[in-house]
Design a binder for this molecule. Structure first.
Ligand code: PGA
Length: 252
């Protein structure tokens, strides 16, 4: 059985005290209320990774970075590399988030380097894919996500791909309050799983966790998580409120 996962992407939010309070509240509620086998992942800004990991990982909650550099070390002012992230207790790294692709112009080629370095550093990539609104309106959404997968992750061998998490996040649904309908989400997740099957075979396609992201909240999570090919969510806005985030975790 593939893992059920709920990951909270805090984006560029929370000072030190706020990050500590949010993580402490989530940890308390998850410990008391979550009895299903769900992997909970918190993705705070780099600055708080170490403190949050120290707080939550002894209790089974994992930590992810929101990004990593496309180089391993050296003269890259302002960058943070995959081995550094690993060294402070993170186990996962979000790669290819649409804000990285569109605001910071990260190309599929650059993302390939990040995926390789993450895996080399023993971090599990949460690789994000998704189409923009005009691409969906033109009916090109499947072509777009297929290209994102082919150009950034399908070079991996079966052994290296095993364990990678894919997050489908239609760009038009991120932070907009517009969620993909259950039909749109299931159709795309089923398509992604079919691509994994063609590329890596049935065991990998059945075993890969596919997360939905884009205005997922405590009201719609239950319906989305019940879909055959949706194994959880990558949550933005609703991950900043402990009650909402934990209610989402309890939506399976
Ligand atoms: P959102 O963000 O839940 O606020 O739409 C999701 C994401 O960016 O991962």
């Amino acid at each position: 059985m593939r893992k059920k996962i709920v990951a909270g992407n805090w984006k560029m939010n929370c000072n030190r005290e706020e990050a500590f309070s949010l993580a402490t509240e989530i940890l308390g509620m998850v410990t008391d209320e979550v009895h299903q086998p769900v992997q909970v992942i918190l993705a705070p800004p780099y600055l708080h990774l170490s403190a949050v990991a120290h707080l939550v990982s002894p209790n089974g909650i994992s930590v992810a970075a929101q990004n990593c550099a496309s180089e391993i070390s050296g003269a890259f002012t302002g960058e943070v590399s995959a081995p550094m992230i690993k060294s402070v207790g993170a186990e996962y790294v979000i790669i290819g988030h649409s804000e990285r692709r569109h605001i910071f112009n990260e190309s599929n080629e650059e993302l390939t380097k990040k995926v390789n370095l993450a895996i080399q550093s023993k971090l599990i990539p949460i690789f994000c894919i998704g189409e923009m609104l005009p691409e969906r309106e033109a009916g090109h959404q499947q072509k777009v996500v297929e290209q994102q997968l082919r150009e950034s992750v399908f070079h991996l061998s079966t052994d290296l791909f095993a364990g990678v998490i894919i997050a489908y996040e239609p760009v038009w649904a991120i932070g907009t309050g517009k969620t993909a309908s259950p039909e749109q989400a299931q159709e795309m997740h089923e398509f992604i799983r079919s691509l994994l099957k063609k590329q890596y075979g049935e065991a990998i396609s059945d075993g890969t966790s596919l997360l939905y992201g884009g205005s997922c909240n405590e009201k719609n999570a239950h319906e989305l998580f019940a879909l055959a090919d949706v194994d959880g969510g990558l949550i933005g806005g609703a991950a900043l409120k402990s009650r909402s985030f934990v209610n989402i975790i309890k939506s399976f």
